[in-house]
Design a protein. Sequence first.
Length: 335
Amino acid sequence: MLRLRQVEPTAAGWADRAGYDDRLIFHTPEWVNFVAESQGAEPVLAEVHADGQTLGHFTGLLTRRYGLRILGSPMAGWTTSYLGFQLRPEVSRRSAVAALLPFAFDDIGAAHLEIRDRGTTEADLHGLGLRWDTAPTAVIGLAPDEDTLFGAMASACRRNIRKAAKSGVTIEDATGDPLFAAEFYDQLRDVFAKQNLVPTYSVERVESLIRHLTPAGSVLLLRARDPDGRCIATAILPWHHRTMYFWGGASYREHQHLRPNETLIWHALRWAKARGVTEFDFVGGNAYKAKYGTTEVPVPWARRSRSPLVARLRDAAKQGYALKQRATARVIGAA
């Protein structure tokens, strides 16, 4: 039987995790520290073991809401797609999730648990007393050559990339530029304003992500310029091991006729492929991403609460946040 045992986040412990083939950027100390800082949360690391043998690791963060201890791996709103487990290939994901439940509620004393694990399927969750949402993500395998990758895109997407090039749009690597976070966030506000909304996170979160990931060389920051040299679009692309992730992209509405967004993605795909990355993950399954030739991969987001009351509080908080976001946007728009 598998069990989880909490461990301290030591340098040796992080190094052991780095040897697992299913490791993601979200399992690294840089990313966990970013989330801990931006959410005021406490990292929770555990070994998955059986018969005295370590078979994997669990990564989560503990936060408090309404006086309750909540274990997120991750939680919605953390701008973190997956956490969950790193396991040896022979270890059952279902068994690991089953072992997580007593660890979360008995050992940690959590009132609520959420987990989104990249390797867990809905079949793994049945019968464990969990609720979950189907939360697919769109990915592109980067093994084919560039011509094949380009040809897999929708014809309109290819035309937009060619149009941007003919219009004089250029892409530059802005990693290390202290002005980048402010540029990205200003464009993000414009993106949300189009829908009468405001961004779901602050510019300080963008700055925190860049500050934590840049020293490790784990993030690519791209900037698109128009023929006059103005920054018209940006993208934030963390990457680690075999995967690059689309964490955020933004552009000014007045310049979207130049099609910088498609060009940013095409540049990122080629950049990642040239460095041996084998997968590009859009971190979500929005319909617009299909034009890039994506494949949809299901990654369920599961949750369990100690009591029905806690579950209702969680759902109410999620609905209240959405209403608050819209109300804030209306206030700003009227100012």
